[in-house]
Design a protein around this ligand. Structure first.
Ligand code: ADP
Ligand code: ADP
Length: 236
């Protein structure tokens, strides 16, 4: 995994003093390579926004984000696109492309890029990842033919296809029943360790947070607690 450093990060929405919301308000953070970190806090506390900033889905108004030896907040548009392609992101609502098969959804992040590997290698890797999430034989299924838990497992395979060193997950169990959510967390935890990813998960579920080696709590955009759970950290 890669270390993640955040310095005095700020993100504001809305214009004018009346309706301005500071979603992330001066956050400092140091995550070591290979740590598994939960991001908790009430709804609206800034969890999604912080993940979106670290994943470069949104741009910060101020502050510094460093992932490995790259300063994300200093990158230009093309470098940001490249960076996004090298990290994994799992969403609450899966965000699979409905017209693509499970296999093509897993392959989708690789499409815009020129890579050294041949399409055959990619298909083999995607098929292997689908097997790793328990979906061997379902390569040709469309998202609409899969259950929520299965769709999230496709999304996990997709998040890992590019070999990310950082895996971000935004309420990955939030749309799943608790038994399915537990299985999805098992997979995220195991695969992040196997693939050597630093893991950052936004969640308001204590059962999910308690499985991470560290729990951060946000309130009104500020970090108000940082607790080590004593759980073993995966190898970096
Ligand atoms: P959480 O993930 O903890 O629920 P969010 O990061 O989604 O919190 O939201 C933090 C605050 O920022 C909330 O007040 C939310 O309404 C606001 N917010 C988030 N995204 C936007 C946006 N695109 N436009 C306006 N306000 C936003
Ligand atoms: P998901 O669960 O799929 O991650 P969310 O419902 O958490 O989706 O948020 C969807 C998008 O809406 C996010 O990109 C978030 O930044 C944005 N958002 C959240 N709160 C607000 C808000 N108050 N106004 C506008 N956009 C918002």
């Amino acid at each position: 995994g890669v270390p993640v450093t955040v310095k005095d990060l700020r993100r504001t929405f809305g214009s004018g003093p009346e309706n301005r919301i500071t979603a992330v308000d001066g956050v400092h953070l140091d995550i070591a390579a290979g740590e598994s970190v939960a991001l908790t806090g009430p709804s609206g506390s800034g969890k999604s926004t912080l993940l979106h900033l670290i994943g470069a889905v949104e741009r910060a108004d101020a502050g510094v984000i460093r992932v490995g030896d790259e300063e994300i907040t200093a990158l230009g548009r093309r470098e940001l696109a490249r960076y996004r392609g090298r990290i994994g992101f799992v969403f609450q609502r899966f965000h699979l492309l409905p017209a693509l098969t499970a296999l093509d959804n897993v392959l989708a992040p690789l499409l815009p890029r020129r890579r050294a590997d041949t399409p055959f290698d990619r298909v083999e890797r995607a098929t292997g990842l689908l097997a790793a999430v328990g979906l061997a034989g379902r390569e040709k299924a469309l998202p609409s033919q899969l259950s929520g838990g299965q769709q999230q497992r496709v999304a996990i395979a997709r998040a890992l296809i590019a070999g990310p060193r950082l895996l971000l997950a935004d309420e990955p169990t939030g749309n799943l029943d608790s038994a399915t959510g537990t299985r999805v967390m098992d997979l995220i935890e195991r695969l992040a360790a196997e693939h050597g990813c630093t893991l950052l998960i936004a969640t308001h579920e204590e059962a999910v947070a308690g499985r991470c080696s560290r729990v951060l709590t946000l309130r009104d955009g500020q970090l108000v607690a940082d607790v080590r759970t004593g759980r073993d950290e995966p190898a970096a």
